[in-house]
Design a protein around this ligand. Structure first.
Ligand SMILES: *Cc1c(COP(=O)(O)O)cnc(C)c1O
Length: 433
């Protein structure tokens, strides 16, 4: 199987090259050049994470066929999918449920993709002479998932850049508690400065001479493709138990998670509707309703991991559905403000005794706003992207009860933390590295 840029059908590259490069040379994002077909009846519907790993292996197999990493597929999926993605019904009629993607080491769905990418890049480094330097700019969640996934992996160094004073205490601990091959830098600036620094580092001759540089954000195919596995898993489970396809409501920012769901459906997974739930950053809902794409600066919201004004993976969706009319036929999108997000956290805690993180609450509110006849059709799953304990400062005052830390998160607080403060310029980064 080959992959090509969203901007040009040629050249085509293999799986390993697409993962190592991250971004295509022409600035586009890698997408599959063809869509394999599966026999869904031959795929197992997992109840536990061992079966999720083996399903991921079957789903990814055609994409990696013929690549140097093919013999490693089983080991890589076992490493990445070593925690479950349970699906829990919220009502006795089993028409509405939640797909929990937050049982990994940093309690967010990004653990799946980051762990798969780490497993793949580590194997690709075995023959290399220079260390690989993974640079990640983060506003909170991505950096933690990437740091956890790469920690202790030989031949790879990770540098996490985050804006000093602008991440939550829980997030900061997740960025700074690793040591070893993972370093963190508190940049005196904003998230945009961190992102600019990473871009400048890629263009810096001195740094490129010392390291091979790569990035691990959601433009990397190695994070996106494995995410299709949990959509296959959930939709197969629903289809087999209830004879109906599953519909998903997905908290969305850069659209990596949503693109994985669209791809799973394109590959034949029994998925009906896909709803993109955005916060006040309404570029995508506006594009679908107005027909013109107007990227803009992001605004800060409670669901900070979704504060994206120019979603990078829209380019991948547009490769399949080139204009707003075509995309409207594939997905719907809605924008939810902070007040409604708070209200939904309160309401669903009162009604279901379930605690949502602010991102998941955006999806829960998007579901509640669907027309009753739409909700009555088929089975619906709200995608829960993070554990609420990561956002205690927001959630606890709303529900008036404490939110216990899951064990995996609590363990990170036992580790000592250390970080290096740097100025927001590439000279300072070069010295620090
Ligand atoms: C990153 C993130 C999102 C947004 O996912 P995208 O793939 O960027 O759309 C939603 N929720 C949480 C908790 C996240 O960390």
């Amino acid at each position: 199987m080959h992959f090509a840029s969203t901007r040009n059908p040629q050249p085509q590259v293999g799986f390993s090259k697409a993962l190592t490069q991250g971004l295509a040379d022409d600035g586009g994002l890698y997408v599959p050049s063809e869509w394999p077909s599966y026999e869904p009846s031959r795929l197992e519907a997992p109840e536990n994470h061992e079966v999720l790993a083996s399903l991921a292996r079957e789903v990814l197999r055609p994409f990696i066929a013929g690549d140097a990493l093919e013999p490693e597929l089983e080991a890589m999926t076992r490493e990445a999918f070593n925690f479950p993605a349970p699906q829990i019904w919220l009502d006795s009629s089993q028409r509405l449920g939640v797909l929990e993607l937050f049982h990994g080491p940093t309690a967010a769905f990004k653990d799946f993709g980051a762990r798969f990418l780490a497993a793949a890049l580590t194997r690709l480094r075995r023959a290399a002479s220079r260390p690989l330097q993974v640079l990640v700019a983060t506003s909170g969640d991505t950096g933690g998932a990437v740091a956890a996934a790469f920690h202790g992996h030989h031949g790879i160094e990770v540098s996490v850049l985050y804006p000093k004073g602008l991440v939550s205490p829980t997030q900061e601990q997740q960025l700074t508690c690793w040591g070893g091959n993972v370093r963190s830098f508190a940049v005196r600036g904003r998230f945009d400065d961190c992102q600019r620094l990473v871009k400048q580092a890629f263009a810096d001759a001195a740094l490129r001479g010392r390291f091979e540089l790569t990035s691990a954000n959601s433009i990397n195919l190695g994070r996106l493709l494995p995410q299709t596995a949990y959509y296959w898993a959930a939709s197969l489970r629903v289809a087999r138990a209830h004879g109906e396809p599953a519909s998903f409501v997905i908290p969305s920012g850069n659209l990596g998670n949503a693109t994985a769901c669209v791809w799973a459906r394109k590959l034949g997974a029994p998925i009906a509707a896909i709803v993109l739930a955005h916060n006040a950053n309404r570029t995508v809902p506006d594009y679908l309703s107005e027909g013109t794409l107007r990227p803009r600066a992001s605004v800060a919201t409670l669901s900070s991991a979704m504060d994206v004004g120019d979603p990078s993976n829209l380019e991948r969706l547009s490769a399949l559905y080139p204009d707003a009319a075509a995309l409207r036929g594939a997905v719907s999108a809605v924008s939810i403000d902070d007040e409604a997000t708070r209200g939904r956290i309160r309401a669903d805690f009162a009604h279901y005794r379930r605690v949502w993180c602010p991102h998941t609450a955006v999806a829960a509110e998007a579901y509640a706003r669907l027309a009753p006849e739409v909700r009555a059709h088929g089975r619906w799953l709200i995608v829960a992207t993070a554990h609420p304990a990561k956002f205690r400062e927001i959630v606890v005052p709303l529900i008036g009860e404490s939110v216990p830390m899951p064990e995996n998160l609590a363990r990170l607080f036992d580790r000592p933390s250390s970080t290096t403060e740097i100025e927001a310029d590439v000279e300072a980064l070069r010295r620090a590295l």
